[in-house]
Ligand binder design. Structure first.
Ligand code: ZN
Length: 162
């Protein structure tokens, strides 16, 4: 059963109510996380408490339980050299999601305006401000190791390798 300090593996599919699927983990592999260590969307952790391997269910999360509310004035001007995977052949247009390098690590942002050597981007998560349906299937639940609990993250398959 899912409680704090369990390592949880699950599949998910996410969409806005009445719209098509945005992401389906069956296309790239299940999500693995350590429960109770803030490594997962708060609304998903709350919904997964007490569930077991094999449980399959759907929930609807408001933005504040998912990717947060959209913040205005979150636009940022970044140099093209900070865009991950960018080369001169890359055609970047407004509205496109791109990943940029930040001091806190890679971050997914949305292009607002394209300049000669810079981009204006919106740093809100692309799914911020959206109410989302999640279809969840718990694949596996196991006890975390002492080391995983100390580190606050999962080791091995789907987790950290160090
Ligand atoms: Zn570790």
């Amino acid at each position: 059963m899912i409680t704090n300090n369990k390592v949880v593996t699950f599949h998910y599919q996410v969409n806005e109510p009445g719209k098509e699927v945005i992401e389906n983990s069956r296309e790239f592999g299940p999500v693995v996380y350590l429960h109770g260590h803030k490594g997962m969307l708060i609304g998903l952790e709350e919904a997964l408490v007490g569930k077991r391997a094999g449980d399959h269910f759907s929930i609807t999360l408001p933005p504040d339980k998912a990717y947060g509310v959209r913040r205005e004035a979150e636009n940022l001007r970044v140099s093209l050299k900070h865009v991950i995977g960018y080369d001169k052949k890359t055609k970047i247009v407004a509205g496109m999601p791109v990943q940029i390098n930040t001091p806190q690590g890679p971050r997914e942002v949305t292009v607002v305006k394209v300049g000669l050597k810079t981009l204006d981007v919106d740093t809100n998560h692309p799914l911020a401000g959206k109410t989302l349906n999640f279809d969840l299937e718990v694949v596996d639940v196991r006890d975390a190791t002492e080391e995983e609990i100390a580190h606050g993250h999962v080791h091995g398959d789907g987790g950290h390798h160090h």
